[in-house]
Design a protein around this ligand. Structure first.
Ligand SMILES: *Cc1c(COP(=O)(O)O)cnc(C)c1O
Length: 372
């Protein structure tokens, strides 16, 4: 960290204001909500909020009661979608402590997304501080259940009241915390994929590698089509050739071969650089697995699954960690991956990652940031 960044963040941290929620959810009610929280529906008592303006820079940092916002209907985000977000988890460790998983990587990615969307960058230390303060404030909301965690959702949007098209002069940065259980109710069971023919997620030069709400907005119609056809998730092909597998709407993808090697599509600008993806590449390589970043076509996927050269495939991301892929379908027909159930390497990667996140395995890469 440069001296300037730390001076700025130190100055800001000095004015971080805490306004405790005057009517927090009582302990019994909270316990009830934490029994089966699902994903993204149970929220904690507080939120973090920091304002930005061109004239004042980052200011008015606070941890305050979670409450609806009142924003002007001409707020620029409502018209031109200048918005970015992040997703990360705080875990309860086996020793009773609390930790975040690679939050510095989220901070860096948030700022890369900000650059792409012509938004101001937030000092990394300030981003981390907002998250740590919120997790400390609402630590009682981390579910004790297996697979439970506190999902953190930092986001930033254009709040200038102006209908002209230009980068906003004002922004709101916020962090929400949501108690979550295991993402997929049916645990290690597989997901089925529909290969979108009519829609792409990201084109070269577009926003595919930025974590912005707009990418999700454009994926919804393709996701709805997958559901309508009886599949769980959509998988997108590259926009140029409609040939190479890119990723799901919100998860990266890995292929596992009979020689024990694994492949994931390379980060060429149209794929979201997942932190789970990067962690799996690192873990696999540390285990001596040949892990390659290579283009992989849908035709090759079908041929390899049919011949038995491809034995497993899985999707990965913070919310669901690792999800085995069971079958894949396109207008050319359906094919099954391996036995159609979760594969061995997939389960091994899932277990290795979860063990580090829960503090039940050593953390050789320094990925945990403990809060105690
Ligand atoms: C967030 C996201 C991922 C997964 O990233 P993680 O850092 O592993 O959670 C993958 N694809 C898309 C489109 C995403 O938005």
């Amino acid at each position: 960290m440069s001296a300037i960044t730390s001076a700025v963040s130190a100055a800001v941290s000095a004015v971080f204001r805490h306004e405790p929620n005057a009517t927090p959810v009582d302990a019994n009610e909270r316990a009830k909500r934490l029994i089966d929280p699902g994903f993204g529906r149970v929220f904690t008592d507080h939120m973090a909020l920091i304002r930005y303006s061109e004239t004042k820079g980052w200011h008015d940092a606070q941890i305050t009661a979670r409450a609806p916002l009142s924003i002007d209907p001409a707020s620029s985000v409502l018209h031109y979608a200048q918005e970015i977000f992040e997703g990360m988890k705080a875990y309860r460790l086996a020793d009773g402590g609390t930790a975040l998983f690679r939050p510095e990587a989220n901070a860096r990615r948030f700022n890369r997304s900000a650059q792409r969307m012509a938004m101001p960058e937030i000092p990394e230390a300030l981003f981390l501080e907002s998250i740590e303060r919120l997790v400390r404030t609402d630590a009682d909301w981390i579910p004790e259940s297996d697979g439970g965690a506190l999902y953190l959702r930092p986001f930033m949007f254009a709040s200038e009241v102006f209908l002209g098209v230009k980068p906003s002069a004002e922004y709101l940065y916020m962090v929400l915390a949501s108690s979550v259980g295991t993402y997929w109710k049916n645990g290690a069971s597989t997901v089925s994929l529909w290969v979108s023919q009519d829609y792409t997620r990201a084109a070269p030069g577009g926003t595919g590698e930025a974590k912005c709400g707009g990418n999700y907005a454009t994926s919804l119609v393709a996701q709805a089509e997958a559901i309508r056809r009886g599949y769980d998730q959509v998988v997108f092909l590259d926009a140029r050739e409609r040939k190479y597998v890119e990723e799901l709407g919100g998860m990266n993808v890995f292929f596992v071969f009979d020689d024990g090697s694994i492949v994931t599509p390379p980060l060429t600008g149209t794929i979201l650089p997942g932190i789970t993806r990067d962690s799996i590449l690192t873990l696999a390589r540390a285990q001596g697995v040949d892990a390659r970043e290579e283009l992989y076509s849908i035709d090759q996927w079908r041929a390899d699954a049919t011949s038995g050269r491809l034995v497993e495939a899985f999707a990965c991301g913070t919310a669901a960690v690792v999800t085995p892929i069971g079958k894949v379908a396109s207008p050319e027909g359906e094919f099954t991956i391996g036995s159609g159930g979760p594969g061995q390497l997939t389960m091994r990667m899932h277990a290795a990652l979860v063990a580090i996140q829960r503090g039940t395995a050593p953390d050789p890469h320094g990925w945990l940031r403990r809060l105690d």
